[in-house]
Design a protein around this ligand. Structure first.
Ligand SMILES: CC(C)[C@H](C(=O)O)[C@@H](O)C(=O)O
Ligand code: SF4
Length: 471
């Protein structure tokens, strides 16, 4: 029978099935951060269990870390305890740890791909919803809860109901200054935040095929924001070229064999998906959100739409959302003053995002009214920014580079946006208080962020005349 990419990987990892029940799935890679793992390790201790395959779990603190002075002890007592607990657990259970300052440290979803720990054909889990990111390699990757983290640590398996499959095709070619983030925000706005609930999504079509790995990671990262269990892209030459030579990638003969297998990982031509949707690249422009969920988004030239549903609960939440943001139906947001700009997170904290941002602001100056936090997703990205001299370009334009971590993506560390302030953020969630109590978030891609950072207002990146801007 014809199978989808998802089916092929799922089947290859099925240990057991229960009639009418979940599948017992073998897990190739387990990532672990400080927020969702402490109780799982406590559970193991209580039950006197060891980690079944310690070499399959990798730990890195990312959420609670400060992005300045990582060589000093963490000031905040709660954050310090979270991070130290992860260190202790990794040590006690014999797990690989990339602690603060370690060359491998960073946001879990950024370090997995760049080290070759994330590979095509893998099953990958982490106690974190954005684990969908790793699907960009053609992996079945999804977020799990803390009790499941304990299950994976103890058995290297997980019990999962099999999701339905959906394919989203994006055809055509993207216009100038339209980034992968804009594609993802467009898809979520069209699908709504629950439009893919219960599905595992495969992204395909010309736009996806033409994307770099960094761009594919951005797209898969946001799958969860439309309710999908995960998102994935069939591995191809772009994938293999990216993986080759990375620290944990297979080498020599093992590499050749791996590629042979990976080449079989595509949906069969006659595979049938439970749902299939197609979008056109021509309809996608640089995007921003205006509300308090990632589905409340518009093209940057568009006005905030009327509520188009017919249920009262939906209407009330739409109105509450606009009230929180201080915006009105019909309003255009271009020209709205911005207080903060955040470049970073597991969505847009990779080297290409910094290249795009630096390329854009080169020869300009940061607007004095804007506080800008530029936070690489990992120590490796931080180092590469320096190697490429991007830090100098950024410094000349009045920007300062911070150290890696989740930072202002969520208010679990020192980087909190003050109440009432408006932040153009390259992260993935704009919920009330997400960046700090009362903070107002506009989600956007790195170019919209760069344009806001130098003009001080929401600006269509296509409208600025540039001497250096090569895109
Ligand atoms: C803290 C963690 C459990 C959470 C997640 O699962 O996504 C966080 O990473 C987030 O982005 O909200
Ligand atoms: S960067 Fe943001 S979305 Fe990603 S793992 Fe950290 S908190 Fe979650």
């Amino acid at each position: 029978m014809a199978r989808t990419l998802f089916d092929k990987i799922w089947d290859a990892h099925t240990v057991n099935t229960v009639d009418g029940g979940p599948t017992q799935l073998y897990i190739d890679r387990h990532y672990c951060h400080e927020v969702t793992s402490p109780q799982a390790f406590d559970g193991l201790r209580r039950r006197g269990l060891k980690v079944y395959r310690p070499e399959r779990t990798i730990c890195s603190p990312d959420h609670n870390v400060p992005t300045l002075h990582q060589d000093k002890p963490i000031n905040d007592p709660v954050s310090r305890k979270q991070v130290e607990t992860l260190y202790r657990n990794a040590d006690e259970f014999g797990l690989t740890l990339f602690g603060l300052g370690h060359p491998g440290n960073g946001i879990i979803h950024v370090i997995g791909p760049e080290t070759g720990l994330t590979l095509p054909g893998y099953t990958i889990v982490c106690g974190d919803s954005h684990t969908s990111t790793h699907g960009a390699f053609g992996a079945v990757a999804f977020g799990i809860g803390t009790s499941e983290v304990e299950m994976v640590l103890a058995t290297q398996c997980i019990l999962q109901p099999k999701p339905k499959t959906m394919r989203i095709n994006i055809e055509g070619r993207l216009g100038k200054d339209v980034t992968a983030k804009d594609v993802a925000l467009y898809i979520i706005a069209r699908m709504s935040t629950s439009g893919a609930t219960g599905y595992f999504v495969e992204y395909s079509g010309e736009v996806i095929r033409n994307m770099s790995m960094e761009e594919r990671l951005t797209v898969c990262n946001l799958s969860i924001e439309m309710g999908a269990r995960g998102g994935m892209i069939a591995p191809d030459k772009t994938t293999f070229a990216y993986v080759k030579g990375r620290k944990y990638a297979p080498k020599g003969e093992a590499w050749d064999n791996a590629v042979k297998y990976w080449e079989s990982l595509a949906s069969d031509d006659d595979a049938v998906f439970d749902k299939e949707v197609t979008f056109n690249a021509d309809d996608i422009e640089p995007r921003i959100t205006y509300g308090t969920n990632p589905g409340m988004g518009i093209g940057i030239s568009e006005a905030i739409p009327h509520y188009d549903g017919n249920d009262e609960v939906g209407r009330a939440s739409y109105e509450k959302s606009l009230e929180y943001m201080g915006f009105n139906t019909g309003q255009h947001l271009e020209g709205t003053p911005v207080d903060y700009v955040f470049l970073g997170s597991c969505t847009n904290g990779r080297i290409e995002d910094f290249r795009a941002f630096a390329g854009y602001v080169k020869g300009h100056q940061k607007a004095p009214s804007v506080t800008a936090w530029l936070v690489p997703g990992s120590r490796a990205v931080f180092e590469q920014i320096k190697e490429e001299g991007l830090d100098m370009i950024l410094a000349d334009a009045g920007f300062e580079l911070r150290e890696p971590g989740c930072s202002a993506c969520l208010a679990m560390n020192d980087d909190k946006v003050p109440s009432g302030a408006l932040c153009v953020s390259t992260s993935n969630r704009n919920f009330e208080g997400r960046q700090g109590p009362g903070a107002r978030t506009i989600l956007a891609g790195p170019l919209v962020a760069a344009a806001a950072a130098i003009t001080g207002v929401i600006t269509d990146p296509r409208k600025i005349q540039f001497t250096h801007h090569g895109q």
